[in-house]
Structures are given as structure tokens and as C-alpha cells.
Design a protein around this ligand. Structure first.
Ligand SMILES: Cc1cc2nc3c(=O)[nH]c(=O)nc-3n(C[C@H](O)[C@H](O)[C@H](O)COP(=O)(O)O)c2cc1C
Ligand code: SF4
Ligand code: SF4
Length: 358
């Protein structure tokens, strides 16, 4: 067995997979289900000074991505403090409490959640691009609490600079990223009905968000010396590997927990373990930041072919827009003089019969 344990500030986690703030952690019952589903730590839905009133409909699964117009928790802070958080503490897992948004909101809510929090995560989704309000919110949290204060950044800002501004204001860690948008989805089978209520726009999450979030984690890890929790489009163990290699110390999952249920956390953690074993990585530290030290590749040679493992599926041939690849008796061949060294075939081959040659 590979060792998937992670130490995050004072929290000892069995593995790096936890929920992200959303309806999957809307109350203590949902958080208990997340724990039973194998999450290594818990994160609450964002609690603000007053309950959110959300539009309906507010979620749509469009497969390559997911849209939502949820805001923060529809429960008032009193319900969290009096009923939900005491019940969550009984679960016994480390708890990150998500709080939003302004310094005044944080100053009002943070002291009330203090007895229950192992860390807090400040959502900056509605505070704008100017770092000032975010920094004021961080300082308000630091004044009220003696646990790590994390900042959750949204992907539509200059993320490395935002992380530096958060670090300068005293943040102890960064969570990246929140959903992207505003975005639009149209139900063409129903006369062009918009999928989302409210203003008709939604925020995008799920698989399509992953490359944006991964880039954000990569930039943050190169900008500040703080632990980063990656979030966006994670649904498999191999997604977690990518985030760890980009510099994340742990990850969060929201959309996949909505669409596949709370057992997804444990399944992702088990897949991570299997992947690590298969690839000979003994622990998480051996993976963390591996991509940060890579120079961007220079492709000076055509791909190297391994015809003996080519299945003749033709996927690379179809997509080689330079007509450099062809099949003969179900075996792959290359016209080297035509190869433009675009690299596309390397990602198309399901059998690893094409590899990077330098
Ligand atoms: C329905 C829904 C509600 C969400 N609510 C919150 C929230 O209250 N606070 C927050 O910080 N992020 C919220 N998010 C953003 C997620 O925590 C996460 O950052 C984002 O969805 C990307 O991760 P994913 O692709 O795993 O969903 C929400 C996302 C969804 C889909
Ligand atoms: S690198 Fe590009 S041009 Fe060369 S064989 Fe592959 S897909 Fe074709
Ligand atoms: S994609 Fe791979 S397996 Fe399929 S034809 Fe090309 S080299 Fe062969």
C-alpha cells in the first residue's frame, strides 16, 4: 500500500480527498454522508451573515460541465451554530468551515463558528477583483480565530497576484478554484429555455473546469509558499495525481459528489492509492509539485512509434491533420517529412504506441 496520508496545518488526514462547499455539504446530514462516503476531512457549505435566497432552477448537469446559480447556505448562521455544527463535530473528522463574504460578515460569523472549526475557508466569489475587500475579510478572520485561515479564489481573476495579496494579508493557505463564469446554457429541446433561473446565467464547474483550475493551482504554487487545496473537475484518482503534481497538498470535490453521490470521495481516494502503487510512488510528498520543476517540452523530433503495441484503431491517423501517419496491415507508420511535430497523436493513442522522442 502506498502512504496517502497528508498533514495539513495541524490536521492529520488519511488521504487528500475532501468535499468542496456546495449542496453536497449543505447541512450536518450531508456532511455525515460525506464522512461515510470516505472523505478524509469535511468542508461546510459557505455560511454568511444571513441565509441565502436562491433562484430556481439552480443546477443543471450538461455532462462536459455543470451549471449552478446557488449562492451560499440557505441556512442562517444560527441554525449552523445551534444545530448543524455541533452535530458535525460528533462525526470526528477535521472540519474546515466555509465563510463569506465581506469583512463585516466575517467579523459577525467567525466568532460564532470558532468552537467548531479546525480551519476556515473564506469564499471570495462575490467580493470583486480588487484585493482590498478580500484582504479585509482575511484580517477580520485572523482577528476572530486562532485556526488556519484559507482563502478560496475564483478563477476569473489574475490568480497568482490574488494569492500574493492573500498571503500578504496573513492567509495560511489557498483553495483554488471556485466555479467559472458567468456562463450560459440553453435547453434546445424546449424552445430555447434557459437552464438557470435568476438572471439566466450560471457558474460552471465539473470536467471542463479542470484545466483552468489546474493552471490556477500551478500558478499559485509558483507564487506563494502556502499550502494549496485544488478543486475543479475532480472525479477520478488520476485527477488528484495531476493536482498534486501541479503543487496542491490536498483536493476538494463538489460536482462529482453531486452527480455520483457521496461515496465518490472514498472511490477517488482508493483510485489514487491504486495509481500510486502501480506507478511506484510511496507517498504523497513524492508526487507533490513534480510538474512545477518541469520545463515546457520542446518537440524537435517526430513521435517514436511502437508498432508492436499498435492495435490499428486509427485514432491518431484520423486526427493527424498533416497526414503524417498511416496504417498498413493494422500497424502504424510515419512519414517523418510530413510530421509538423504538433504532438497531438501523443494524446490520442489509447495504447501508448506513440511516445515523445525529444
Ligand atoms: C451547486 C454548487 C454550489 C456551490 N456552492 C458553493 C458555496 O456555497 N461556496 C463555495 O465556496 N463554493 C461553492 N461552489 C463551488 C465548489 O465548491 C467548487 O469550487 C467548484 O464547483 C469546482 O469544483 P467541482 O468541479 O468539483 O464542482 C458550488 C458549486 C456548485 C456546483
Ligand atoms: S506530431 Fe502531429 S504531425 Fe506529427 S505525426 Fe503526430 S499528429 Fe501528425
Ligand atoms: S492511436 Fe495508437 S493504437 Fe491507434 S492506430 Fe494510432 S498508434 Fe495505433
Amino acid at each position: 500500500m502506498s502512504d496517502t496520508r497528508v498533514r495539513l496545518w495541524q490536521m492529520e488526514l488519511a488521504h487528500p480527498v475532501m468535499p468542496a462547499a456546495g449542496p453536497n455539504v449543505q447541512d450536518s446530514a450531508a456532511l455525515r454522508a460525506a464522512a461515510e462516503g470516505g472523505a478524509a476531512a469535511l468542508v461546510s457549505k459557505t455560511i454568511s451573515a444571513r441565509a441565502a435566497v436562491i433562484p430556481h432552477p439552480n443546477m443543471a448537469d450538461l455532462k462536459s460541465h455543470f451549471l449552478n446559480t446557488e449562492l451560499w447556505s440557505e441556512l442562517p448562521p444560527e441554525a449552523w451554530v445551534e444545530r448543524e455544527l455541533p452535530a458535525v463535530r460528533e462525526i470526528g473528522l477535521p472540519l474546515i468551515i466555509s465563510l463569506g463574504y465581506s469583512a463585516a460578515d466575517i467579523a459577525a460569523v467567525a466568532p460564532r463558528v470558532r468552537p467548531f472549526a479546525d480551519a476556515v475557508e473564506l469564499s471570495t466569489h462575490y467580493v470583486g477583483n480588487d484585493p482590498g475587500p478580500m484582504q479585509d475579510a482575511i484580517r477580520a478572520a485572523k482577528d476572530a480565530l486562532n485556526v488556519p485561515v484559507l482563502v478560496k479564489l475564483s478563477p476569473f481573476r489574475e490568480i497568482g497576484l490574488a494569492a500574493e495579496a492573500a498571503a500578504n494579508a496573513g492567509a495560511d493557505g489557498i483553495v483554488a478554484v471556485n466555479s467559472f463564469g458567468p456562463a450560459l446554457g440553453i435547453d434546445i429541446e424546449n424552445g430555447g429555455r434557459l437552464w438557470m433561473g435568476g438572471k439566466g446565467y450560471g457558474w460552471m464547474s465539473g470536467p471542463a473546469l479542470k484545466p483552468i483550475a489546474l493552471r490556477a493551482v500551478f500558478d499559485i504554487a509558483r507564487s506563494v509558499d502556502l499550502p494549496v487545496i485544488g478543486v475543479g473537475g475532480i472525479s477520478r484518482g488520476s485527477d488528484v495525481v495531476e493536482y498534486l503534481m501541479a503543487g496542491a497538498s490536498a483536493v476538494q470535490v463538489c460536482t462529482a459528489a453531486i452527480t455520483r453521490g457521496p461515496t465518490v470521495y472514498g472511490r477517488i481516494a482508493a483510485e489514487l492509492n491504486t495509481w500510486m502503487e502501480k506507478h511506484g510512488y510511496s507517498d504523497i510528498a513524492a508526487l507533490r509539485g513534480l510538474a512545477l520543476h518541469q520545463a515546457a517540452p520542446l518537440m524537435s523530433l517526430p513521435p517514436q512509434l511502437s508498432p508492436e503495441i499498435c492495435t490499428g484503431c486509427g485514432l491518431c491517423v484520423t486526427s493527424c491533420v498533416y497526414n503524417a501517419l498511416y496504417l498498413e496491415e493494422k500497424s502504424i507508420h510515419l512519414r517523418a517529412d510530413r510530421c509538423a511535430r504538433c504532438g497531438l497523436c501523443l494524446s490520442r493513442c489509447p495504447s501508448n504506441a506513440l511516445s515523445f522522442a525529444g
